[in-house]
Structures are given as C-alpha cells and as structure tokens.
Design a protein around this ligand. Sequence first.
Ligand code: FAD
Ligand code: NAP
Length: 543
Amino acid sequence: MMHPQAQARPSRTLSNGDFDAVIVGAGFAGLYMLHRLRGMGFRARVLEAGSGVGGTWYWNRYPGARCDVESVEYSYQFDAALQQEWDWSERYAAQPELLRYANHVADRFDLRCDIEFNTRVASAAFDAAAGRWVMEAIGGARVTATYCIMATGCLSAPNLPPFKGLESYQGECYHTGHWPHEEVSFAGKAVAVIGTGSSAVQSIPIIAAQAKQLTVFQRTANYAIPAHNAPLTDEFRAAIKADYPALRARARQTMTGIDFDYSDALASETSAEGRALEYERRWQRGGLSFLGAYKDLMADQAANDTAAEFVRNKIRQKVRSPALAELLAPKNTIGCKRLCIDIGYFETFNRPNVKLVDVSETPIEAITPRGVKVRGQEFAADAIVFATGFDAMTGSLLRIDIRGRNGMTLRERWHEGPRTYLGLGFTGFPNFFTVTGPGSPSVLTNMLPTIEQHVDWIADALGYLRARGLSCIEPSAQAEDEWGAHVDELAGRTLRYTCGSWYLGVNIPGKPRVFMPYIGGFPRYIEKCKEVASRGYEGFVLG
Ligand code: FAD
Ligand code: NAP
C-alpha cells in the first residue's frame, strides 16, 4: 500500500538544472543521502525511476515479501526521535509496512520536493572541461552536478533469464522484483514459480494457499531457517526504545552489523551432542543468527557439513514424502548462497496442489504459449512468477551508460569484474560515489546501518573538500588495486566461494566471476573508512 501523500502528489517532469550533487535512487540510501547533503547546505536532487520512494520495498511487492533482518534493526538510526516514534508491528516487517516507513521518512524530513520521480537515468558522463557530471534521463531531460552519487541499489536490476519462447507466453507474467501495484489474485489459477531463492521461499506458501495448482521449478535447493515471525508486543518495543543506542552499538561490533550472539566456539571442537543442542536452540529462535553458532562454519567444510546436515534433517521431518524431501534438501554449502528465512516453506510441499519440478540436471527447455516445458513435458500455467533474482551489485550501475575521464565507460573498466576503492568510488571517475558498491560489506550486513555509514562518510568527505576550497576527489589507481586485492584475498578464504551464487555473479550468463561484497566484516570496514578520512582521505587524489 502506498503512503496517501505519495499518491496525492502528482509526479513531476524533470526540470533541467545544475546542482551541487545529483543522487540516483530514492531507496533508503538515496533518501538519507539527500537528507544529509541538504542539511549541509548542498543543492541536491534525487532522480528516481519509480513513482515513489522506498527502492526495494517499492518494487518487491510480491506476496510474502518481508525483511529477514529484524525490523527493530532494519531501520534508520540517524535520528533518535524517528527511532522513538516509529512502531514496528512484527518481528520481520512485511513489504507494505516497510514502504510506509520509507514514505514516513520522506515526509518527516520533507524530502519529496527534491526528488524527481518517474525519471530513469540513462547516462552519466564526466565533462572534464567543466568539471561536472552530466546526467541524461530516458525522455531526454538533462541535469548537471559537481558530484554524482549512485544510490541505485545492490538488488534492484531484475534478472529475467532469456528463456526460449518467453515472448510467446499467453498467460500472466510476473517478476518478484517488479511486481504490479494492483492486487494480483491467483485464486482458481494454475501458477508456475521459477526459482527457489529468498523471494520464492517467501512467496510460494502464500501463492500455494491461493492457487488451484502451483508448480515450482527448482534448479538449486536452498537452505531456509524458520522466521518464527510474530507480532511485537508493547513491552518488547518499549524495552528496545528504552536503550536503542546500546542495541545499535552492540550491532556495530558484529561482522554483519546485526545484534547476534556470534559464538567464538568451533564446530570442529564441539561434540556432536553439543552441536545438536546449539543448532536446535538457534533453530527454535529462528532467523539468520543460525550461522553464528560456530566460528568455523564459513571457513571449514567439515564444520559446515554439520550445520547443513542438521537443516537437511529438519527438512526430512517437515516434508512427508521422502523422495520430495531429498529433492528439497540442499546439497551445497550452507550459507554459501544467502540463507533464506521461511514461514512454512517446506511444509507447503505437503499440499496436494503443489508440485516440485527438478530442473537441476535438465534446464527449462522453453516457455510455451501455455506454460513451461521441461524434458518435453508441458506444465500448463495461467500465470508464471519469475522469482529469478537480480543482476546483483553491478547490474543497476552497468545498465546506465557511465563515462568517466576521457570517455572511458564503466563497462570497459569493469570488463573483468568490478574494481572499487572501499566500494565507494573508482579510479577515472572523479567526484563519483556509490553507496554500497561492490567491494563494500553491503549485502553481507544489515544494509541499513551500512547505508548510513556510507552516506555519512560521503557527506563528510564532501564537507572536507568544501572546507578546504577543493572540488575534486578520485581514488588513486594504487589504492583501488590494493583494496581489490584485499577483497579478493579475504573472499578466497571463505566457503562462500564454493557455489554458484549471485555474490559471485554466477547467476548471470557471461558475468565475470568475482566475489563482489567485502567479507572482512562491518567493524573492520568502518575502521578502514575512519582511518582513510583521518589521514586526509588517504588513497584518494584531491584537487
Ligand atoms: P534500493 O532500495 O534498491 O533502491 C535503489 C533505487 O534506485 C530504486 O528505487 C531504483 O528504482 C533506483 N534506480 C536504479 N537505477 C536507476 C536509474 N538508472 N535511474 C533512476 N533510478 C534508478 N537487506 C537487508 O539488510 N535486510 C533485509 O531484510 C533485506 N531484505 C530484502 C528483501 C528483498 C526482496 C530484496 C530484493 C532485498 C532485500 N535486502 C535486504 C537488500 C535491500 O536491497 C537493502 O536492504 C536496501 O533496501 C537497499 O537500499 P538502497 O537504497 O541501497 O537500494
Ligand atoms: P536469487 O536468490 O538469485 O534466486 C533466484 C532463483 O531463480 C534461484 O533459485 C535460481 O536458481 C533461479 N533461477 C535463476 N535463473 C534460472 C533459470 N534460468 N532456470 C531455473 N531457475 C533459475 O533471487 P531472489 O530470491 O530474488 O533473492 C535475491 C536476494 O535478495 C536474496 O539473496 C536476498 O539477499 C534478497 N532478498 C531477501 C529477502 C528476505 O528474506 N528479506 C527476500 C527476497 C530477496 P539457482 O540457485 O540455481 O541459480
């Protein structure tokens, strides 16, 4: 549901203009970036492709969409009053509530007047003579700015695989990452869902309850831990609000920026009985902290296998048909792909109207006018839901024609994979920033505190330049190389490298295989960013 005020305001057409900073994207990153820069007196403007704010929560309106980091942490902390006045209703807020929150923030800080909606940026080019970025939107509108800040999101470029015959399909077609604003009803319909990642895991139980027949096409089975979602009580909310800063401070000390009890114990040094108790305790609590049970789970395959087998056994208990349970039980490293958090996912396959089609060995042959074809058999569907994910981390940037010094395109620059300094900027692209770009801890952390940290760092850097009468900042090639080597070196040590995940770009044919997020953890990253700033923006060339 949209915020009433969001609907009341007519969308405006982009007025050409010159700004100190142009921010692309009005998700949580773009909104806070605008707030910070405007507060510092910069003339800033946000360009947003959608007709409203919220980014991820504006686009991903599929049934069951909700956060997998608990609501009280998946929220801004930059304003104490905002934290106090907002009441989350559930442990894991659903998409409509998250979208209401984004709209509340936009209204509370009067951000809309500086956002151009329905404006998709097609190109951004650095004009070296003028020292300005020139951005053009689809439709031809043009703005210029000293600074260009891409808040375009890590998971915002939907991936629709080029299935043979796709255009011939006569039924309803949906992508979870580009869901219609109107209510979609699957009542009485035969529905196909392609994919079994987080979006599918959340939507399948709800679609199954509505549809006459649901057929799920699974290429890779996925691990999911129960959410144990529940309404939040007044007592719980009051306790959180009574000491919000302490919660935030504890979270900042952890690898993921989430207030989890990460254990220092090793699975490899714990007895089988001890491990079973600990996994069960975390399973009963639910959520992503399951993987915090032992320190070696993402570093030692034998240790990882113990957690993986625990979850497989849980799946075997939940799914009545042993053959189906084996198909649904993942064989890869747990945590290699993003862990899913579920509400009744595996149990859904016990329903008589739900069928699982394994496409791990034989890929989907074609989409036909009537449905999905596998191994010569057609599965008729009135609607197909593509839960096929995103061209993650680089997709939203590379879908824009970005040109730095001497007309160099970002596409050429990243031909062999993305290279950045701190995930914040790239050599050859002066005064250009990314919020949670590749090489930032981003998707391996709670994104909200990470976004705030990036935004604050960028705002502080611009303040530093202004205070010294400088107007140019660009990562040096050496700093970028060293950071890239550091990111690669840490990534090479983790089991996350061992499967075909979107972290590595494997889900997109032809995408270079580079582990994109920084795996060194949030505290280490914060320290590095602080150190860089305190040394006069070490590794950046200022002018
Ligand atoms: P986004 O929210 O993706 O916003 C980017 C905006 O940029 C979009 O509105 C887009 O329209 C706009 N944009 C992109 N390109 C252009 C262009 N060329 N021109 C104009 N506008 C453009 N993270 C967590 O930490 N916890 C969670 O529980 C969690 N759940 C998630 C659930 C889903 C379904 C998905 C897809 C992601 C989830 N994430 C989660 C990651 C989530 O993306 C981040 O938490 C966060 O919302 C990102 O905010 P953002 O502002 O950086 O990017
Ligand atoms: P995803 O994790 O990339 O899953 C995409 C699914 O589609 C996978 O099962 C994939 O199979 C399948 N697929 C892709 N191409 C296919 C093809 N050609 N044929 C058959 N199957 C194909 O995408 P997502 O589920 O949208 O999630 C992306 C990320 O967004 C998550 O990892 C998470 O970070 C975030 N997210 C979070 C939540 C949440 O719980 N808060 C919810 C949704 C999304 P393979 O695995 O074999 O590639």
